[in-house]
Write a protein that binds this ligand. Structure first.
Ligand code: DC
Length: 212
């Protein structure tokens, strides 16, 4: 049976790690959809174009190629903020929607993680998870990750980044960050990566058993 797993949640909630592990477990292709928005933002930055230029952002989204998703600069702290800004442009979202739907149409199924996978990109996905954690815990995790990559920033600054990004992503008119009505919420605040994966696996198996 084709299995599509939709995973959404706020910044640094651990959804990417879970998505990657679930994809490996079920041998499914995985798409980190945040990378698409980051790549659009990076294309603007590289071209010296303002992030407020909606037309240029839409053009960059339409011209995006898969090769640009491997650029390590996409993971930089500034790129999360820049991606959040371009992701509010409806034409950017429309261009990337087609890309994401093609990916999700893989005959085997797919795992996609982002902000609007369960609500907009794959509303019919049989398995939807909404991953959360407190902003303090998410800031701690992101701080560790950035420090590991040699990018120094204070915990307070990272927490402020994350909270501002969540507010923008949840407050925008186009496909805001929102839990789908039929999604299951998984709060990972008190769970380490192993426990979070075990819990997610149980939730996916429960959902698969329900749909037969
Ligand atoms: O998941 P991430 O931190 O890499 O995402 C970066 C930004 O991209 C996020 O702040 C909002 C946007 N985004 C989105 O609007 N919809 C998605 N499905 C994924 C990301």
């Amino acid at each position: 049976m084709r299995l599509v797993i939709a995973i959404d949640g706020p910044a640094a909630s651990g959804k990417g790690t879970l998505a990657k592990r679930l994809a490996a477990h079920y041998r499914l292709p995985h798409l980190d959809t945040g990378l698409l928005y980051r790549a659009v933002a990076l294309a603007l930055v590289d071209a010296g174009t303002s992030l407020n230029d909606a037309g240029a952002a839409a053009g960059a989204a339409a011209a995006l190629d898969a090769g640009s998703l491997d650029d390590p600069r996409l993971r930089d702290r500034a790129m999360g903020e820049a991606a959040s800004r371009v992701s509010a442009v409806p034409e950017v979202r429309a261009a990337l929607l087609a890309w994401q739907r093609r990916f999700a149409a893989d005959p085997a199924g797919a795992v996609l993680d982002g902000r609007d996978i369960g609500t907009v990109v794959c509303p019919d996905a049989p398995v939807k998870l909404f991953i959360t954690a407190s902003s303090a815990e998410r800031a701690r995790r992101r701080h560790r990750e950035l420090a590991g990559r040699g990018e120094a920033a204070t915990l307070e600054a990272i927490r402020a980044d994350i909270e501002a990004r969540d507010a923008r992503d949840a407050g925008r008119a186009a496909a805001p960050l929102r839990m789908a009505e039929d999604a299951v919420r998984l709060d990972t605040t008190d769970l380490d990566a192993e426990a979070a994966f075990a819990r997610a696996l149980t939730l996916v198996e429960d959902a698969r058993a329900r749909i037969g």
